[in-house]
Design a protein around this ligand. Sequence first.
Ligand code: PL4
Length: 400
Amino acid sequence: MIQRNPCIANIKAGYLFPEIAKRRREYAAAHPDAKIISLGIGNTTEPILPHINTGLTEGARRLGTVEGYSGYQDEGILVLREKISTVFYKTQFAANEIFISDGAKCDIGRLQLLFGAGVKIAVQDPSYPVYVDGSVLTGAAGGWTGNGYAGISYLPCTAENNYFPNLDLIPQNGLVYFCSPNNPTGAVANKDQLATLVEAARAKGSVIIFDAAYSEFIRDPALPKSIYDIEGAKQCAIEVNSFSKPAGFTGVRLGWSVVPMELKYESGQSINADWSRIVSTIFNGASNIAQAGGLAALDDDGLKEIRSLTDFYLGNAKLIRSALEKLGISCIGGDNSPYIWAHFPGRDSWEVFSQILEKCQVVSTPGAGFGPAGESFIRFSAFGHRNDVEEACVRLSRLK
Ligand code: PL4
C-alpha cells in the first residue's frame, strides 16, 4: 500500500483556526440560545465598498464580451503588477518582480519550494501558524517536542524585548519569517529595527519572508509599511501581501509576492527565475475577476475605500482595547493593526479562551496557538460588525 507522507504525521492534529471554529460549534450546540460573537479568526465582515465592488462586477461583465474576454494570466495581469509597484513601492520594481497570487497564505505555502526541506527556519514567537505548519509539511521542520517543533528557531517576542526579537538567534543560511504589523501581537517594527533585521539576514546569508498583510492598517507615518523601505532589503527579502484585509477580499482571494531580481542563492542563481518557474508550473494565476477588483482598489477612489474600511476596523480595535484596559488587562496592538494582544499572566491561554466563551459568549484566539511565547495571552480580532463589537465589549466586563 502507498505510504503516508511522514511530514504529515509530524504535524500536530488540528490547525488552530478550524480548532477554534470546532470549539465554537460545540459551545453553540450545548447552548442553542447563546448569541456568540466572534473576535477570534481574523475574517473580514464588512461588505466590499462600492467602487471596488464595481471593479469586480465590471471584470465579470467584460468576460462575457469578445473584446473584454481573457484567459490564463499565470503571473498576473500586467497593469495590476505595474500598479502595485507604483502604489506600494514607488515604482522601484519591474512588473516581472511582482507575482499576483490568490492570497498571501497560499504564497507562504508555495515559497518554501524555493529552498527545499533542508533549509533552517526561524519564526517570530508568537507568529501566524502557517509559517511553522507549512515548514513541517515541507519537511523543513520535524515533529512536535511538547514546546514547539524540532528544527525551528523560535525568536521570542515579549514585553521584555518590546516585541522585537533577538536577531542573534537567526540561523546561518536560513529562512526567516517576519510579520509586521504582527499577527498576533499587533506590534509594528520601526525603521531602525527593520534595518537591523536586514543587516542580520545579510550577514548570515539568510532570506527574510516579510509578511506585510496588515500594512494598510499602519497609521503612524514614521512606521515602515514594506521591508523595501529599508536599504539592502532587495538582496535578502521576499515580501508577501494581500488584498484580503484592506479591501475585504478574504473570500475573493487576491494577493501578491515581490521577488526582487537582486535576490540570489549562494550559487549566484536567480531566486526570481526559480519563483517564476514554480508559479508557472504549479499555479495558474488568480481569478481575472479578482484582479479587476484589485485594479479598482488601487486607483484613487479605491484607495479612499481601503482607508475607510481599515479605519472602521481600527475603530473596533480601539473599542476592544479600551474595554480590556478598563478591566486592568494589559494589552498591546490595535493602534496600527487589527489585533489586540491581551496578557493574562500565569494563566493557560486555552483555559482563558474557554472562560471568555463561557462567561461572555465571545470567541477569541488563545495565544498558545501562535507559539510557545503566546502562552498566557489572548488575541482579540477587530474584524466584526460595530454593534457586535460594542456588545462584546459590554460582555467582556463580566471578566472582572
Ligand atoms: C484564517 C499574517 C487570519 N483561514 O487571505 P490571505 O491568504 O491573503 O492572507 C492570510 C494571512 C496572511 N498573513 C497573515 C495573516 O494573519 C493572514 C490571515 N490570518 C488570522 O486570524 O490570523 C485568518 C486566519 C485563515 C488562515 O488560516 O489564514
